[in-house]
Design a protein around this ligand. Structure first.
Ligand code: SF4
Length: 473
């Protein structure tokens, strides 16, 4: 690994002046979907999803043969991380997994009855919670069920989120033998003081050992998740974590901003607010981290994400083929997504849906032989158009008017006259460049790309509840 220990090359990273940050740092969604999940309504129910699945099976308007992606949510974790905003169940009782896996089997059967068995899956993702809360035998059971229901082979991108505290190199080997070929490590921060403050202690050495094993086992892509803005983090501790991650050389790095919303997320009430870094420190940490990763040869993919130049995400970005879904950036074209498990979100044709958010409700629906859908939304033509605009900005940082006009039969300057006016202050601030035929997000504008996308979000325009979203930086 000696080649990877070289110090970072100096790179020029655009700086977002604090005055601009204050002006444009509004609360905003991350646009893993549009409309965002908080717009889903209970009027969309299991019957609507059934209809969408049947239309997909018939190759009708709701699917039209779109490739299929599957997400499996495993909600359990052994202990709570104080920054956590995920839908999870904290328990030491591993026997609780058995009932959950029974329910997952029922849900998979209900889905298959409404589509065709054996549909090819291009992307399968296990997330949580902690998928590695499951034992090896339990993981095998879920994968076997999925393989009976869908067509999954070595061409399927199979990824799993790993809590390094719950796995060994032997467990990674088991995941690989099940067919997982991509792996994501929850690292967050290596500083011991920060780890204590967020109740997630895991040594650099253990993560290094696991990543080395993952590489030897032939996982095609290794991702590391980091968070900035955590308690006791300083630009100095963050720089050290960035350096350590640089040494481990994962193929992808996701660097998320911590949003402190203790009223909404109970575990966050255990974080000492006085220990959180200041806004200026957060900006410094983000700028330094970006410089650190770029200086170590990573490419900037988009909001929060970096990848080595030969990683498929970096290649897709260069070729203008980047997409965005509920798991973040993706190389997969516009897939339908079947979300399995409590609180999972899915997309079938021009419909989004979300499953029941509590285990009781989830089990209850399945006991009655119903899909556990709690809410969703059928997209209008305007939603589909705005989704295309927002995804182009979030993925490529560029919107070509002609491509939208041809695909959606509108005139950009007429349809989006108000929005293009609203972009003027951002153009004057150097965050976007507006020409007759395109919108280009500048290097500085990437810091606030969510704010650029928000201009096109019709649902937000009259929204009074934006504080519910995490801060942009
Ligand atoms: S951050 Fe992940 S491991 Fe920690 S409590 Fe939340 S879901 Fe569980």
């Amino acid at each position: 690994m000696s080649a990877t220990l070289a110090p970072a090359r100096e790179v020029d990273v655009p700086v977002l002046p604090e005055a601009l940050l204050r002006r444009f740092d509004a609360p905003g969604p991350r646009y893993t979907s549009y409309p965002t999940a908080d717009r889903f309504v209970e009027a969309f129910d299991a019957e609507d999803l059934t209809q969408a699945l049947r239309q997909r099976a018939e190759g009708g308007v709701a699917g039209g043969g779109a490739p299929l992606s599957v997400y499996v949510h495993i909600p359990f974790c052994d202990s709570v991380c104080y920054y956590c905003a995920c839908n999870k169940v904290i328990t030491k009782h591993h026997e609780r997994a058995a009932e959950y896996l029974d329910a997952l089997d029922t849900e998979i059967n209900l889905i298959v009855q409404r589509t065709r068995p054996g549909q090819p899956v291009s992307q399968l993702h296990f997330g949580g919670g902690s998928p590695t809360f499951l034992s090896d035998a339990e993981l095998q059971r879920v994968v076997d069920s999925l393989k009976r229901a869908f067509f999954i082979d070595e061409r399927t991108e199979m990824s799993i989120e790993i809590d390094p505290r719950t796995v060994t190199p032997q467990r990674l080997a088991h995941c690989r033998s099940l067919g997982f070929n991509r792996i994501s490590f929850g690292v967050q921060d290596f500083d011991p003081q920060v780890q204590v403050a967020v109740h997630r202690v895991q040594s650099f050495e253990s993560v290094r050992e696991l990543m080395r094993s993952a590489r030897e086992l032939g996982f095609k892509s290794i991702n590391a998740d980091l968070i900035y803005g955590l308690p006791r983090q300083t630009p100095q501790t963050m720089a050290r974590t960035v350096q350590q991650i640089g040494e481990l050389r994962p193929d992808r790095i996701a660097l998320y901003s911590y949003a402190h919303l203790p009223q909404r997320f109970k575990p966050q009430r255990r974080i000492v607010a006085d220990e959180l870094p200041s806004a200026a420190q957060r900006v410094a940490m983000l700028g330094d981290a970006i410089a650190g990763f770029l200086g170590r040869g990573y490419h900037y993919i988009g909001m929060d994400h970096f990848a080595l130049p030969d990683d498929s995400l970096a290649i897709a970005k260069r070729q203008g083929r980047l997409h965005r879904n509920f798991q973040g950036y993706s190389t997969q074209p516009d897939c339908d997504l079947v979300g399995l498990g409590v609180s999972s979100i899915g997309k079938v044709g021009a419909n989004y849906y979300q499953n029941a958010k509590t285990l009781d409700e989830y089990y209850d629906a399945l006991r009655q032989g119903q899909l556990p859908v709690q809410r969703g939304i059928a997209l209008t033509r305007d939603d589909v158009l705005r989704r295309a605009v927002i995804m182009a900005l979030m993925c490529q940082g560029r919107l070509e008017f002609e491509s939208i006009e041809l695909a959606h039969l509108i005139k950009m300057r007429e349809y989006f006259a108000r929005e293009l006016d609203a972009l003027q202050p951002m153009a004057e601030a150097g965050l976007v460049e507006l020409s007759d035929d395109a919108i280009q997000v500048t290097a500085t504008g990437w810091y606030v790309v969510r704010a650029v996308a928000m201009v096109f979000d019709r649902w937000l325009q009259s929204d009074k509840l934006r504080e519910r979203f995490s801060r942009i930086i």
